[in-house]
Design a protein around this ligand. Structure first.
Ligand SMILES: [Zn+2]
Length: 226
């Protein structure tokens, strides 16, 4: 089971290049990020990033809920576009990723870069120090290991242990409340699968067996799906 790519590639640069006039208007302050002029661009960005991220949040690596995707999937600016010093990177490919709503809430308006980053002309791996594991410049799984039932461990030889520690801590990735909520969701789904198998058992025993096999696997690995 994959938890998504270890680092992102700026594959959506071509999409951004299709909207030079709108982006220039944004930079002049004539258009807001929320403007309808950006609806199509955002839609294309979401599709591209969703595919690359395998539908997972870039920070916690959980599946972003499918049923209410628009309500829970946020286009995330690693460097917060609402800060004047980072506004210039609102449409920079390596500053964009998708996060789940809970992670985005925890990140809020935290400052993710130091003076080197904010003063840089071009956003690169070496232009300064970042607070968290960077979606494009760091290797997520060289730094963090996700163990059974969403236990986040900083890797022993992590190249950026401080960034990993801050991400886990600030995003509340090890918070017991989150783990408990997952448990409830898993139990609920197991209950539904069990009822479905029970309804099939007389009319379609073959299907009932398939559902029970799936349920068995879900009991073991269900945490990876929530
Ligand atoms: Zn998340």
């Amino acid at each position: 089971m994959s938890f998504g790519p270890t680092r992102l590639q700026p594959l959506h640069r071509d999409i951004l290049n299709q909207y030079p006039d709108q982006i220039a208007s944004f930079e002049r302050g004539d258009l807001e990020w929320s403007s309808n002029e950006f609806t199509e661009l955002k839609k294309s960005l979401r599709l591209s990033l969703r595919a690359q991220q395998e539908g997972r949040c870039i920070y916690c690596r959980r599946k972003i809920t499918v049923e209410r995707r628009n309500a829970t999937e946020d286009i995330e600016h690693f460097l917060d576009k609402s800060k004047g010093k980072y506004k210039k990177w609102a449409f920079t490919a390596v500053n964009l990723a998708l996060s789940c709503h809970p992670c985005n809430m925890q990140k809020s308006t935290r400052d993710m870069g130091d003076a080197g980053v904010s003063g840089a002309v071009e956003l690169t791996e070496a232009c300064g120090e970042y607070s968290w594991i960077h979606p494009y410049f760091d290797d997520y799984f060289e730094n963090i290991e996700i163990m059974d039932a969403w236990l986040y461990i900083i890797k022993k030889d992590a190249p950026k242990p401080e960034r990993a520690r801050k991400l886990i801590q600030d995003c509340l990735l090890d918070q017991i409340k989150t783990i408990e909520a997952d448990k409830v969701a898993i139990m609920h789904r197991i209950g539904r699968l069990h009822n479905l198998a029970a309804r099939c058992v007389l009319k379609n025993p073959e299907r009932a067996k398939k559902i029970l096999d799936y349920t068995g696997n879900f009991v073991k690995n269900g945490w990876k799906y929530v």
